[in-house]
Design a protein. Structure first.
Length: 168
């Protein structure tokens, strides 16, 4: 490349070199000059900066004008919005599900802990103590089963196995 004349900017180059830099034909670059995208700094001369920025501006304008590109862009934006909304809903459901699982587990754990701490008076007969221990054990197992059914129902969404407080 020849050194630019003293009155030209340091990145000045012939139109042919600018066209080659952009991967365009010289005629296409002249069309971009006529359309106002690329500025000339002298006869048959432009700057690398003007050529590149002008070509980028042209490509962006074309992308905006193109109906296929516009339709694809709108479609892409619509899909992105749907995915974003769906993700937000799922995130909210997940938080609700996690909270519900925590509540079910906490209630069951509290009930089981209190049943296990139930005092059985030594003054009661052995058969009564055995009956009470057996009843407490049965209640704990029923609570554990109910907890497991409730957690499974929360995870599957099938609440048909929930008895509504009746142990089946």
């Amino acid at each position: 490349m020849t050194t630019p004349a003293p009155d030209l900017p340091p990145d000045a180059l012939p139109m042919a070199a600018a066209a080659k830099l952009l991967g365009l034909g010289e005629e296409r670059l002249r069309q971009l000059v006529k359309a106002g995208y690329v500025t000339r700094v002298g006869r048959g001369t432009t700057t690398a900066t003007a050529a590149v920025s002008g070509y980028v501006r042209f490509l962006r304008d074309e992308a905006r004008k193109s109906p296929a590109s516009t339709a694809a862009s709108r479609s892409h934006n619509a899909k992105a919005s749907l995915i974003e909304a769906s993700t937000a809903r799922r995130r909210a459901e997940l938080v609700d599900l996690t909270e519900a699982e925590h509540v079910v587990t906490r209630i069951a754990s509290t009930a089981i802990a209190r049943l296990r701490k139930t005092p059985i008076d030594r003054a009661l007969s052995a058969s009564t103590r055995k009956t009470m221990t057996s009843e407490i054990s049965g209640a704990i197992k029923a609570i554990e089963r109910a907890r497991d059914r409730a957690l499974a129902a929360l995870n599957t969404g099938d609440f048909s196995e929930i008895s509504g407080g009746r142990d089946e």
